[in-house]
Design a protein around this ligand. Structure first.
Ligand code: DOR
Ligand code: ZN
Ligand code: ZN
Length: 425
């Protein structure tokens, strides 16, 4: 089976090649990238006026499967990913039960093969049940194909236990994905600690709640030598700390979520659960730091922290609602609208931060590039489509986002995963 993508503008972050090229796919591989391909193909896709990028790799997704399928499943999350141009998702382990051993990882991987149209990589927990007491089966999970372990949803507060986990992760060739939040400092906060929180009469989460753990984790990565990936960075000081870590040559990468570069607390229109996520929307200086970090490659990766919840869990005040917003169907368009269209990132940097750099973090050598021999994971992105985000169109079960009605530019119009067309607008 051969598929030909014609007339698109190819962005390949690996070779830094960009320009008008055709791309030929046979079965699940890219077999040719050339100015004009005239080979016979079973299916021809016209990508005129569109970017042809390597399929996005989202390092931070909550699929809620097993156990919380009323929020999302491998199937609905996978379909939502395909619509967002995401061809590989890393699923966080805070499911029910928590994914904390090799068998549970193998179970998700085998079900994902039939249920999800895109690749799923399960991330393992750091401690059993994410209880912070005893280390999870790190070796077993690494053997089952976990590329990273994470306690996402919380931090491992016991630094000694965490350091043991880091050593084991390093010995098993996997990374730590860190959720940075000093739980003892949250004190019931539900949004960023600023005047807006005061005006709404809500308890605040200060920047230091994040920063002290970012600093601790960098120091522990330095001592253990583990590859550390910092999830959902949201503060000015976390950018400064990552910049310093990189200057020192430490194996540290950082991600930002679209909501943390697209919005500040000024955008919060009402005390509603759709504005509640962890870490919270921050202030203007923080958002400026995120943009500085992205532009200067201090922040390597854009990931979503796609966190679907039910209407019942979110349609209430911030004090009552659970933390988290969906993002997998809107990340590409928000990145294009807020960063590329405004001239902050080049289209090539978008491909780097959404695909190539995440592939590197995961150690995937056959993804993140539109070039011969790579797995045929490709997104076709039309930068000229303008529309308003509509939660009613989402494939995800979660409709919980503050971006409903938000005007955007740029749309995923086609997604190919493993050589199969998994989404066509
Ligand atoms: O907002 C969040 N939601 N942050 C997290 O760390 C966890 C996530 C969830 O699982 O809903
Ligand atoms: Zn988190
Ligand atoms: Zn998360």
């Amino acid at each position: 089976m051969k598929t030909l993508i014609q007339n698109g503008y190819v962005l390949d972050p690996e070779s830094k090649r960009e320009g008008k090229f055709d791309v030929l796919i046979e079965d699940n591989k890219i077999i040719k990238v050339a100015e004009q391909i005239t080979d016979h193909a079973d299916k021809v896709l016209d990508a005129s006026g569109c970017y042809v990028m390597p399929g996005f790799i989202d390092l931070h997704v909550h699929l809620r499967d097993p156990g919380l399928e009323y929020k999302e499943t491998l199937e609905t999350g996978g379909k939502a990913a395909a619509r967002g141009g995401v061809t590989t998702i890393c699923a966080m382990p805070n499911t029910k039960p928590v994914v904390d051993n090799g068998e549970k990882v193998a179970d998700v991987h085998s079900r994902a093969k039939t249920d999800s149209p895109v690749h799923v990589i399960q991330i393992g927990a750091i401690t059993i049940g994410q209880q912070g007491q005893e280390l999870a089966d790190i070796e077993g999970m690494a053997k089952a194909g976990c590329h990273a372990i994470s306690e996402d949803g919380k931090s491992v507060m016991n630094a000694s236990l965490y350091r043991k986990a880091m050593k084991l992760a390093k010995d098993n060739g996997i990374s730590i994905f860190a959720h940075c939040e000093d739980i003892t400092m949250v004190e019931g906060g539900v949004m960023h600690a600023d005047e807006k929180a005061q005006a709404l009469g809500l308890k605040g989460i200060t920047n230091a709640v994040e920063d002290v753990i970012v600093a601790r984790d960098i120091l522990l990565a330095k001592e253990t030598g583990v590859r550390l990936h910092l999830c959902h960075c949201s503060t000015e000081d976390s950018v400064k700390l990552v910049e310093a870590a990189k200057k020192e040559g430490l194996p540290v990468t950082a991600e930002v979520c679209p909501h943390h570069f697209a919005m500040t607390t000024d955008d919060i229109t009402e005390d509603h659960g759709n504005w509640k996520m962890n870490p919270p929307l921050r202030g203007k200086e923080d958002v400026e730091a995120m943009i500085y970090g992205l532009k200067n490659d201090i922040i390597d990766i854009i990931a979503t922290d796609h966190a679907p919840h039910s209407e019942e869990e979110k349609n209430k005040s911030m004090a009552q609602a659970v933390f988290g917003i969906v993002g997998i169907e809107t990340s590409a368009t928000l990145t294009y609208t807020e960063l590329v269209d405004k001239g902050i990132l080049t289209p090539m940097q978008m491909a780097e931060k959404m695909s190539y750099n995440p592939a590197k973090v995961l150690g995937l050598t056959d993804k993140g590039s539109v070039s011969e021999g790579m797995i045929a994971d490709i997104v076709i992105f039309d930068p000229n489509k303008e529309y308003a985000i509509d939660v009613n169109s989402f494939f995800s079960k979660g409709k919980n986002t503050p971006f409903h009605g938000y005007k955007v530019t740029g749309k995923v119009v086609g997604t190919i995963c493993n050589g199969n067309i998994v989404f066509e607008a």
